[in-house]
Design a protein around this ligand. Structure first.
Ligand code: AMP
Length: 284
């Protein structure tokens, strides 16, 4: 292995035609794809690093997808620091940025429905109606444009990984899905583009989420699921400034409540900390 890195120039495409023409001119053995909504942090960069190890060229997309927001205010205040994002992508030698406008991705009044069964109405689906329809809609479109061989998604959005995996399976999409571990701040808070909205008080209060997940992990025994869940709910609900939406110890495949027969188990939490909605999870 050489001990130097040859810098690549980041190619930036804003249209489907540009990216399609590029890959037609220059076929690539393994296209790795990291879809994001930007405001890139170490969590995203970890996905890109992993993608670089497993692909010939890496495409990162930055697109704040309107159809997955059920709250227009949330969409409006979503951070969009594109110049910083481009600098970060250049620094880590990402090959291609796909950064389309909304009009490039959607026609007026487009219809979409993907039957993902129960996953649509559980946990995130229950608190964000329509969210996973928007997610599958945009990821399907992005897969069609980028045509990746491998796509990298974060465990941070665990339910999203299950939903995309179901879409790949049901629609027979020729993409391999890789789930990457959660990147955290040194004190445990899961990195998120939304963390910049936390006030100093929110930032302190937010730690109850990762601490409680860790406590559950340390004390986990399949026979104690109900007890652990109850204790976790009490701890988070008792924290000032934190409004719990759900804390669930769930089967890692179905996201139904875990039982002693579950082959994999995951604890998932969502809460509003001040005005910011945060999610986190841990595999048990
Ligand atoms: P987003 O820009 O929030 O839509 O996230 C884009 C991708 O990055 C998704 O696959 C997320 O799961 C992943 N991601 C976000 N935050 C983290 C994190 N802290 N650690 C690992 N992956 C993350």
């Amino acid at each position: 292995m050489p001990d130097f890195v040859i810098p690549v120039t980041l190619k930036i495409f804003a249209t489907k035609k540009e990216i399609t023409d590029y890959f037609n001119r220059k076929p690539v053995k393994v296209i790795g794809f990291v879809p994001t909504m930007g405001a890139l942090h170490k969590g995203h960069l970890g996905l890109i690093e992993l993608a670089k190890q497993q692909s010939t060229q890496v495409v990162c997309s930055i697109f704040v997808n309107p159809t997955q927001f059920n709250d227009p205010k949330d969409l409006e205040k979503y951070p969009r620091p594109i110049a910083d994002d481009i600098r970060r992508l250049e620094e880590i030698n990402c090959d291609i940025l796909f950064n389309p406008q909304v009009t490039e991705m959607y026609d007026d009044n487009e219809k979409w429905h993907f039957d993902m069964g129960d996953l649509e109405n559980l946990l995130e689906g229950k608190f964000r109606p329509g969210h996973y329809q928007g997610v599958t809609q945009v990821v399907y479109k992005l897969f069609n444009i980028v045509k990746p061989d491998v796509a990298f998604f974060g465990q941070k959005d665990y339910q999203q990984v299950l939903v995309i995996s179901k879409m790949i399976e049901k629609l027979h999409l020729p993409v391999k899905l890789v789930m990457c571990p959660i990147e955290r701040e040194p004190d445990g808070l899961a990195m998120s583009s939304r963390n910049i909205h936390l006030t100093p008080d929110d930032r302190k209060n937010s730690l109850v989420l990762s601490k409680t997940l860790n406590w559950v992990k340390e004390n986990f025994e399949p026979t104690k699921i109900a007890e652990l869940q109850q204790h976790a709910i009490q701890t988070i609900s008792a924290t000032p400034g934190v409004e719990l939406e759900y804390f669930e110890i769930a089967d890692g495949k179905t996201l139904h409540p875990a039982t002693e027969l579950s082959e994999s188990v995951v604890a998932l939490v969502a809460a509003r900390v001040g005005k910011t909605r945060l999610i986190d999870n841990v595999l048990l």
